[in-house]
Write a protein of this length. Structure first.
Lengths: 320, 300, 365
């Protein structure tokens, strides 16, 4: 059964990993030459009086030692305070609050579409293993994995604009609660672009698992019972193939979050990826720090969920 | 206590023994259909990249020809020209060079450091394993491109920095891939015997552990190369990799965004180069995998 | 004698028609439920079809166990698969008949065949550790076969509880909710037997079901199957290479060689007076009190025959100490010799007194 001890251990591990992530992000960003003051004021910082400089250093909290800054940051996180943006002066949490839903929606929709398409195609190919349609599907999957999102994204935007004279509304994000259709018109295409490599990966795993499971002894038993082939496929082959597919989906989700950086840029959507790129360009470290941290949290969280799911669908993992 | 010579140097290596020499390995890859295609195409791309690097291309990849802007493919400009009238064929060749250079450097760094970490973790276990595994977990908590972005932010742009950023991303993969086999080999009697006999540790690891973990590492190298090409071009596309006016496949796709509607070739050829390179390396990886794993070979 | 043999040679095996008077003796003890006649099965290969079964004859009566023994490659497992209609892709029955209570199953379309499978012919397989679906509860694995054959949910549940008890599993109600990994190998094999017996089939085909189990468990399972055979009036076909199991469970034995039945005897007479030199060789390699650790798998000198490269005449000729000229020219048919049938030109009393070269591999010892 699903023990609390297991959950506590797994959750504790996740928290520890995230603490490590926090430190890594902090350290990486502190190795950058120049500091927040020079970054926000540019060359003007040279004209500052020592007193002004000192008060600004104090304002940005960079007059303290690294260790103190790290401590300030971590204890800030614990209080839900990620600091202030050095460019806009807004709270990082506020910026993340508006950007996060966009990214989560794109990634979730892409994962949904990719998983569905990948499983269907994988089963179709697996059931016809060795035939021409199988080879063709596998070839398509390989191409789907090899085409970078920025190429597909660029092609999709161009085709939408040139062929269909359709420009997805950009700039401000329309949440699903305001208008489902307008929200989807913004999110659908970027999700589609991300779903392609995702589907290709799921398809490949589904196919190989299907082919392997179809030869399993328990499938022979099921055939001996006189079950309908459709039932054998669903209850025996697919049910067992789901386990590695779920694991793959978790691993792939990180890749998906990375991909949002690119599609948000191409489709001009104000999500985490765009926020990150802008803050990198502006050397707005608190925002970079916060964004990277939140994406890592998201990733770790998804993998925690996948682990739970995995234990729910595979009874063998529950023995302890 | 009488000590018998437990093993000799000739003790057969258990499990997957990739004792095959380089030439034999290549011959086995060649026999695999996927491996053969991968080998041929990769070889061709390397040739093109070298030609691009030494400047043996019909046009200067950076020279602008204002009169020949956005020309379609022709005998003069095989792949057409971009919005500055630069030869796309030459820029693709140089772009492949740029990508391969970054990919090879980054994967080399990741392979050496990652494998070393993984082998040490698997060999010494205990706290070494704990520290390495934790570190690997932390790096795995970042989506690949995000980690690369963070490192590029810290180091700045430039191809060496891009390579380092990508190396950071793929180091944990090599650590994980080499740790598992080391764990199982490290327990083998003949390894224990070597340690009892007082063979110096680096020698044990180099002569006895490394051959046993090299098979999965070799396969991983080809796959990582293909991912590295994707990551490099993505970074360049975002403006954080190779900087203009230098030619890079990702940068060319980024430039093509404004021209592709009227000049399809500006997007198509650099995109094709990326796709072909990635597929070729994947096929090569498939070929290597079946060449190094007899079980898989017999099944396919 | 000669006349009869000559007639038989051109007889049933070539055209796969049901055997008549030269048929498999001795007659089964009761009314035959399963009758296999001249069964031929071929596998498609790159170099054309390869015959795995070259005319198999067999019949099994209610409450009777017929063991099918032979080396690997003799076609014993293919016999089981052909009867059940579970041949792998690329293998087809090319001739002969499989009669279930007089109805020929071979020409039936797959949909009809599926209704027979499970419902009237139950199958139990070799490896209990992998033959149960790891992610499905035991209860479901027993009831799904019943549901496929039209049982209502409630009836299927009741029947599953009943049959799990019948195969000797404790507390069936709790067991229904468990998963395979929670059971031992012997328990899993009992679950598989319960799955096969739940729809009350007429025929049970067991393909080496006890090989993977240790000897004590094996004995218990053999006892259970024998008891259920009597209770259900089952016709049991037991595929095995273990002559110890044969002695324990079988009423009659079919010894297979190169895709055909070489000898069909009552179990007792096979052990006392084998009618085929091959059976004789098998028996000599059995463990004796002096050599208790001889192999479970008897090995006879000479390499097993290659079906792809079958010489003319008797397929066993090359390894046979009794070989005569005729053996390399004409293949002997399976003929009735009173207590048994054998596919050999010479009855035992005409055999030369040359001991067969017997080697054994101490497997499973």
């Amino acid at each position: 059964m699903l023990t609390w001890r297991w959950f506590a251990a797994r959750f504790g591990g996740a928290v520890l990993t995230l603490l490590g992530v926090t430190v890594v992000v902090f350290v990486v960003l502190r190795t950058i030459p120049g500091d927040a003051v020079t970054a926000s004021l540019g060359t003007e910082s040279g004209t500052l009086t020592p007193a002004q400089r000192e008060s600004l250093n104090h304002y940005y909290g960079i007059d303290k030692s690294w260790f103190e800054q790290l401590w300030t940051w971590i204890s800030g996180i614990a209080h839900g305070d990620l600091g202030l943006s050095t460019t806009s002066g807004k709270a990082v949490t506020e910026l993340l609050g508006t950007a996060l839903p966009v990214t989560v929606e794109i990634a979730a929709l892409a994962a949904l579409m990719g998983t569905a398409a990948g499983i269907v195609l994988g089963v179709l190919a697996g059931a016809r293993a060795g035939r021409t349609s199988d080879t063709a599907t596998q070839g398509a999957a390989l191409v789907g994995l090899a085409i970078p999102e920025f190429v597909v994204g660029t092609a999709v935007v161009t085709i939408l604009a040139e062929v269909f004279s359709y420009f997805p509304s950009t700039g401000t994000f329309i949440p699903m609660t305001n208008s489902v259709s307008e929200n989807l018109s913004q999110v659908f295409y970027p999700s589609l672009v991300l779903a392609i490599p995702f589907a290709a990966n799921v398809m490949r795993t589904t196919r190989s698992e299907y082919v392997e499971m179809a030869e399993a002894d328990y499938v022979r038993t099921a055939r001996g019972k006189g079950l309908h082939p459709g039932r054998i496929r669903r209850a025996h082959i697919l049910r067992n193939a789901t386990i590695p597919i779920v694991t793959l989906t978790g691993i792939q989700f990180g890749y998906l979050l990375g991909g949002t950086v690119i599609v948000e840029q191409i489709f001009a959507l104000p999500g985490m990826g765009r926020l990150l790129l802008t803050s990198i360009t502006n050397r707005d470290y608190p925002v970079v720090q916060g964004t990277v941290l939140v994406i890592a949290v998201l990733f770790v969280l998804v993998n925690l969920i996948v682990d739970l799911l995995y234990r729910a669908i595979d009874p063998r993992t529950r023995a302890a | 206590m009488s000590i018998q010579p437990l093993v000799t140097e000739a003790e057969p290596v258990p499990a997957s023994a990739p004792a095959a020499t380089r030439s034999r390995l290549l011959a086995r890859v060649w026999r695999d259909r996927n491996g053969r295609v991968g080998l041929i195409v990769t070889g061709f791309l390397v040739l093109v990249a070298v030609l691009g690097a030494v400047g043996a291309v019909p046009h200067d990849p950076i020279a602008q020809h204002p009169d020949d802007r956005l020309q379609g493919p022709s005998a003069t400009y095989w792949f057409g020209t971009d919005q500055f009238g630069r030869d796309i064929a030459a820029r693709v060749a140089v772009g492949i060079w740029t990508s391969l250079r970054v990919a090879v450097l980054s994967v080399a760094i990741a392979t050496v450091i990652g494998s070393l970490l993984g082998i040490c973790a698997g060999f010494f276990r205990g706290w070494v394993d704990q520290v390495v595994s934790r570190f690997v977990d932390i790096l795995f908590a970042f989506p690949a491109i995000l980690l690369a972005l963070a490192v590029v932010t810290a180091l700045g742009t430039g191809w060496q920095n891009t390579a380092i950023a990508i190396a950071v991303v793929y180091t944990p993969i090599f650590a994980r891939v080499s740790r598992g086999p080391t764990l199982s080999v490290g327990n083998a009697e003949y390894i224990k015997a070597q340690r009892v006999l007082g063979t110096p540790l680096p020698r044990v690891m180099l002569r006895h552990v490394l051959p046993n973990v090299s098979a999965p590492i070799v396969v991983q190298v080809t796959l990582a190369l293909s991912w590295a090409i994707l990551t490099e071009s993505s970074l360049s596309f975002l403006g954080l990799g190779t900087q203009p006016p230098a030619a890079s496949l990702g940068l060319m796709v980024s430039d093509a965004r404004s021209t592709v509607a009227n000049a399809w070739w500006t997007l198509t050829f650099p995109a094709l180069a990326i796709v072909v390179a990635v597929i070729a390396l994947n096929l090569l990886g498939d070929g290597l995998r079946s060449a190094l794993d007899p079980r898989r070979e017999s099944r396919s | 004698m000669t006349d009869k043999l000559t007639k038989a040679r051109t007889g049933p095996h070539e055209n796969g028609a049901p055997m008549s008077d030269t048929g498999a003796a001795p007659r089964p003890t009761g009314d035959p439920v399963l009758t296999v006649r001249g069964l031929r099965t071929a596998v498609r290969t790159a170099s054309g079809p390869l015959e795995i079964l070259r005319g198999v004859d067999l019949d099994v009566a209610r409450g009777e166990t017929v063991a099918v023994v032979g080396e690997s490659g003799s076609g014993k497992s293919f016999t089981a698969l052909s009867i059940a209609g579970l041949l792998p892709a690329g293998a087809d029955v090319t001739g002969g008949s499989v009669l279930l209570e007089g109805r020929d199953l071979v020409p039936l379309p797959e949909d009809e065949r599926r209704k027979v499978r499970g419902a009237e012919i139950g199958m139990v397989y070799q490896d209990p550790m992998t033959s149960l679906n790891p992610v499905m509860r035991i209860g479901k694995q027993v009831t799904e076969g019943l549901r496929a054959h039209g049982w209502s949910k409630e009836d299927a549940h009741e029947r599953a509880l009943e049959v799990l008890g019948e195969v000797g599993l404790p507390s069936p109600r709790a067991l229904m909710r468990q998963y395979p990994h929670q059971l031992s190998g012997g328990m899993r094999q009992r679950v598989l037997i319960a799955c096969a017996l739940a729809p009350r089939p007429k025929v049970l085909i067991a393909d080496e079901p006890t090989t993977a189990l240790d000897v004590t468990i094996q004995q218990q399972i053999l006892g259970t199957v024998a008891r259920l055979r009597d209770e259900y009036g089952l016709a049991v076909v037991w595929i095995t290479h273990d002559l110890g199991v044969v002695a324990r469970i079988a009423d009659r034995v079919a010894v297979m060689y190169a895709g055909r039945v070489a000898e069909l005897s009552r179990t007792r007479s096979l052990f006392t007076e084998p009618q085929h030199p091959y059976s004789s060789g098998l028996l000599r390699s059995l463990p004796t009190p002096e050599h208790p650790h001889q192999a479970l798998l008897p090995q006879i000198g000479g390499a097993p025959i290659l079906l792809s490269d079958l010489p003319p005449g008797c397929p066993f000729a090359a390894r046979c100490p009794q070989r005569a000229d005729r053996c390399t020219r004409e293949e002997p048919p399976l003929v009735n010799r009173g207590s048994a049938s054998a596919a050999c030109w010479f009855p035992p009393h005409e055999w030369k007194n040359t001991p067969m070269e017997v080697t054994s591999h101490a497997q499973g010892a």
